[in-house]
Each structure stands twice: as C-alpha cells, then as structure tokens.
Design a protein around this ligand. Structure first.
Ligand code: ADE
Ligand code: ZN
Length: 331
C-alpha cells in the first residue's frame, strides 16, 4: 500500500546487517562455481532455506565459503550497498565475519581492502555511506576472537588500505554454551585501540547475558537484545543511558523463531519502555527482506503509522556511530 511505498523511500539507517547475509542468490551461484564450492542445490530459491538458527547458520557458512578472496569481497560489498540504497538506506554500519576465511588462508588486509573498494564504488554511485564492524565468530572461540582484534589493530597502526572504514568490533554466530565474559580480552584490545564495541546477544540467550555484555565487556550497543524486558533493572539502565539495541524483528521470527508471528514480538513493548530500539534486517537476502519491507512489516504488525516510523528512523540516526556533525544531515 501507500504507507509501504513511503516507508521504502523514507531515508533510513541500517545498523544490524551482515554483508554475507546480503549476497544475491545469483552471486552465490557464480562465486561458488568460480571457487569450486559445491552447493547443495543449483536452484537459487532452494539455497536460502532453513528451519532453525542452527540451520540458518549452516546456510550462512555456505554463503561465507563462496567468498574466495579480495575481488569477491569487493563484489559482495558493492552489490550489498546498491541493494540497500535502492530501499532508502542512507547510512549503514555493516558486519563482516572473517574467521572462516582467515582459517582458510585469506588475510584480513585483503578482506578489508576488498570490502572498502566495493563500498567506495557503491558510495560514489548511490550517496549511501557504509561503515564496517568486524565481527568475531563465536563458533571459533574467544582466543580466535582476540587474535582477530589484534590483527585488526595492527592493520590500523600500519594504515592498511580501507581499514579506517572498520570503526567497530562485534561478535555473532551461536550464543548457546558461550560464556559472554570470555570475550573480555578481545574487547579490551578493541576498546584500547579506540574501536567502537557492539555484540550479538539475546537472540537466544537470556537477559543476564545482555547485562554481562554491558557490565563485563563494556559494550555500547547490543545486537538483538530480545529478552531485555525480563530484567526491569537492565531496562531502566539501558533506557536511561540510551544504549542502542539493534532489533531485527522479522529475523527473530524466520531465523531464530523467538516468536511464531511478528505480532508477538516484544518490539513495541521495548519502545514503550523507553529503550532506544532500532529496526534492522539482519540477513536480508537470506530472508527475502530489505529495510523498506522490514519497516512496512513492523508498521503493519504493531499498528504504527507514518509518524511512529519516522521516529524509529530518527532513533537509527541517534544510535549510529557517526559524529554529531555527520548525523545532522540525516535528521
Ligand atoms: N550471523 C548472521 N546472522 C546471524 C544471526 N541471526 N545470529 C547470529 N549470527 C548471525
Ligand atoms: Zn545479526
């Protein structure tokens, strides 16, 4: 309808989006063929199927495996920004998760240089800007995470091409059986180097794990944060300090199955509690999504009108990591 079209065009900020999760199915098929990766099926629509978070993560890892080197990262990043800009995204802070590629022999400098090359080209074409967040893959453990951050910090010191685009560090992948506190050494190194700190928590872990992200790790933003309302003290603190939560409502339904239907998602109660809870896509290409669709779905599910959605978009600006002077033109 007309609201959906207006929300697609509304200038928006995306703060929770995995670049690998934006890979076009056709690009996956091409890169897999070129890099000798056998896909479970050659039908693009069959590829992005899963029925649980674990099943999703396997698809995600297949997509990651298709990225064979610098040029592939550049292509992914370029297409990703073109696709998000086509749906009103004007600024994005996007994750990349290179643990698998580093283990396979790629070097971080090439990954970052490739991403920067593709993003710079897309920025010039669209005017949409993209900063990068280097995520630790928790499936590889906290020591691999710390080593990744050390490498990133070394690249910053060396002035490696494109590394200034990487403004923050995060963590993603599985939450089960992970002791959040074991990521303190990694985040300590990142924080000391002046990197911004975020992390996935509360996709399928309890509110206590979110609290540990703030209390122990010193994170300044939380990705997902779904069960935050279970802890009123945590809510009061996060609302009072305007700690951003990058919520991905549709992803929580179709990927993690936190709730069965979008209408049951706690998002409107999070907002009503005064939390700075933004709306994001997570892995749009793997869930038939874009940020325009996500805004329209949120409006329909929770009965939000245009003014509510504009407020949500402005919350995205508040939550992003641009300087105040760079935020001003987005308001
Ligand atoms: N990596 C990409 N998407 C993810 C998700 N929804 N949860 C954890 N890790 C991810
Ligand atoms: Zn995510």
């Amino acid at each position: 309808g007309p609201l959906a079209a207006a929300l697609d065009a509304l200038p928006k900020v995306e703060l929770h989006c995995h670049l690998e999760g934006t890979m076009r199915p056709s690009t996956l098929v091409e890169l897999a063929a070129r890099n000798g990766l056998r896909l479970p099926t050659s039908d693009p629509t069959e590829l992005y199927r899963y029925d649980s978070l674990d099943g999703f993560l396997e698809v995600f890892w297949t997509v990651q495996s298709a990225l064979g080197g610098r040029d592939d990262w550049a292509r992914l990043a370029h297409e990703s920004l073109l696709d998000s800009a086509a749906h009103g995204v004007v600024h994005t802070e996007a994750f990349f998760t290179p643990a698998r590629h580093l283990a396979a022999g790629q070097d971080l400098a090439s990954v970052v240089a490739g991403l920067d090359e593709g993003l710079a080209a897309a920025e010039a074409e669209t005017g949409t800007r993209c900063l990068l967040i280097c995520d630790m893959d928790r499936a590889f453990g906290p020591e691999a995470g710390r080593q990744l951050v050390e490498e990133l910090v070394a690249l910053r010191r060396a002035g490696s091409p494109g590394v200034d685009r990487v403004v923050g560090v995060g963590m993603d992948s599985t939450e089960l059986g992970i002791d959040t506190r074991t990521y303190l050494p990694a985040y300590d190194v990142a924080g000391a180097a002046g990197l911004r700190l975020t992390g996935h928590q509360g996709e399928n872990s309890p509110a206590s794990a979110i609290a540990a992200c703030l209390d122990v790790l010193g994170l300044e933003r939380i990705d997902h944060g779904v069960p935050v309302l279970d802890d009123p003290e945590l809510v009061a603190r996060m609302a009072g300090e305007r700690v951003p939560i990058t919520v991905c409502p549709t992803s929580n339904v179709v990927i993690a199955h936190v709730v069965e239907r979008l209408e049951e998602h706690p998002y409107p109660r999070m907002r009503a509690a005064g939390l700075l809870a933004t709306v994001n896509t997570d892995d749009p290409a793997l869930s038939d999504l874009d940020l325009g669709k996500e805004y329209a779905a949120v409006a329909a599910a929770f009965g939000y009108g245009w003014d509510d959605m504009v407020r949500i978009a402005l919350d995205g600006v508040e939550a992003c990591w641009l300087d105040d002077s760079d935020k001003r033109p987005l308001r």
